[in-house]
Unconditional design. Structure first.
Length: 453
């Protein structure tokens, strides 16, 4: 081990390890990759082995090696090459984060939670992109202040679960662009089988920020690679938003995938975090072969924790809703934010497709709007979409058991979406207005350039 630090023998033994012997090598490697995302995987493995599997010791070695390289930056190239030949593993610029096949085995196991901090590690091991310091600081604080003043008007939706009426563990509200959209949203759109009365018109700062969110999300979609089957090739244009308020460390939201009814297959969502930092947990949904296997045992593959600080944008890409679940877990304590205290505000910007307007979606035998879901667990039908009755989730109602397979083309458009423009079927279903319309993000100035209506 001494050859990684210096030629001197250490005066005292290394500090005790912070990881347990039960932690897998994969988990320890993932922790090191999160801390040192630009290092080659084989280099991290060599240092970890030489440290007897201790992550803390390996981390100290890497930091010392980095400092040695900085101090010896003026050394001749021949001397640097000699050190490498002698076996001293130099820090490399190989980017494992850009090659998802670098690690072929899962990073987490049942009962484990892996904490990822660097955007590169998050992009590699989850279907998410994390961008820190997304907005100019003053704009982020103004938006937070604006939404904190809105939050007393938020509500906690009720829903029925196993014959019990339960309340959401955090408050929220839906935002749309115009008064016309507000009327449409309260009278036609349903969520989980119920209409929502608490729909609000988008605030000035929310609209300003939407321009940058739209621009950034579309850039990241292109950078992510080729589109997936059922993913829309069209530009992502947010026209609805959910704003959530977690008023203290115990407020949360359980494991779920976002409802696809108006988003359609393979949706992309831009999620902006403001205020106190909270943990965003994700876990991959593992398929099962038979009906006898426990579908509720969803933690077989372990969890990944992404820490979302103030003024960070998390983009949930097209793989997310069909193949993963996510949650905001309760925290014991949080570090108060100077503006919001212990509260976190979260805006999820969404694109509702015109072809999935509620006037087009099937109705169940109850006469209610059906909900679009994806088969996530059963291996035989995994990835297929279905329309289902969700009336039984509304307090005081019972469902009819309606079920119908949903059919989409490769771009995620439903069969009734292929209409001639201006046909009578389209006249009765007005589209939701985009939050941006003709507005264009004007760089770091934090303004929208152009007309915004």
């Amino acid at each position: 081990m001494d050859r990684f630090v210096s030629r001197k023998r250490p005066r005292s033994p290394p500090p005790p390890p912070t990881t347990t012997d039960e932690d897998s090598t994969d988990l320890k490697l993932a922790l090191l990759m999160s801390l040192f995302p630009t290092m080659a995987l084989d280099t991290l493995m060599e240092i970890l082995v030489s440290s007897n599997g201790c992550v803390q010791t390996a981390s100290s070695i890497i930091k010392a090696q980095t400092q040695n390289q900085i101090q010896s930056g003026s050394a001749s190239p021949s001397k640097k090459r000699a050190k490498t030949v002698l076996g001293n593993p130099a820090i490399q610029t190989c980017l494992p984060s850009t090659s998802p096949t670098t690690i072929t085995r899962p990073l987490t196991k049942k009962g484990q939670t892996l904490h990822l901090y660097s955007p590169s590690s998050i992009a590699t091991h989850t279907p998410c992109t994390l961008i820190h310091n997304f907005l100019p600081p003053s704009l982020a604080n103004d938006l937070l202040t604006e939404l904190l003043s809105e939050s007393p008007h938020f509500t906690r939706p009720h829903f029925q679960l196993f014959d019990r009426t339960v309340q959401s563990p955090h408050s929220a509200s839906t935002y749309v662009s115009t008064p016309e959209d507000h009327h449409s949203h309260t009278s036609e759109y349903t969520y989980g089988g119920t209409y929502r009365s608490n729909v609000r018109q988008i605030t000035p700062h929310m609209r300003t920020v939407a321009a940058k969110v739209q621009h950034t999300v579309n850039e990241q979609i292109k950078a992510r690679g080729p589109k997936l089957p059922f993913q829309s090739p069209l530009e992502w244009t947010p026209n609805a938003a959910f704003v959530n308020c977690y008023a203290g460390p115990t407020e949360s939201v359980g494991w779920h995938s976002d409802e696809l009814t108006y988003l359609g297959p393979r949706p992309v969502i831009g999620s902006l975090s403001l205020g106190v930092e909270r943990e965003f947990r994700v876990r991959k949904i593992l398929p099962v072969d038979t009906d006898n296997e426990d579908e509720n045992n969803g933690d077989d593959g372990g969890q990944i924790s992404i820490h979302l600080p103030h003024n960070s944008l998390l983009i949930m890409h097209a793989e997310m809703q069909e193949e993963w679940k996510h949650a905001i877990v309760p925290a014991r304590t949080v570090i108060p934010h100077p503006v919001s205290g212990t509260a976190r505000i979260n805006i999820t910007y969404r694109w509702y497709r015109e072809s999935l307007h509620p006037r087009y979606t099937p109705r169940c035998r109850c006469g209610e709007h059906t909900v679009l879901r994806c088969v996530q667990r059963k291996r035989g039908n995994r990835g297929r979409y279905m329309w289902m009755c969700y009336a039984g989730f509304a307090p005081g109602k019972k469902g009819c058991g309606f079920f119908q397979w949903a059919e989409f083309d490769d771009d995620g458009e439903p069969v009734w979406g292929h209409r001639e423009k201006g046909s009578s079927g389209d006249e009765g279903a007005p589209r939701l207005r985009n939050f941006v319309e003709d507005g264009v993000w004007n760089g770091d100035e934090g303004e929208v350039k152009g007309e915004v209506v």
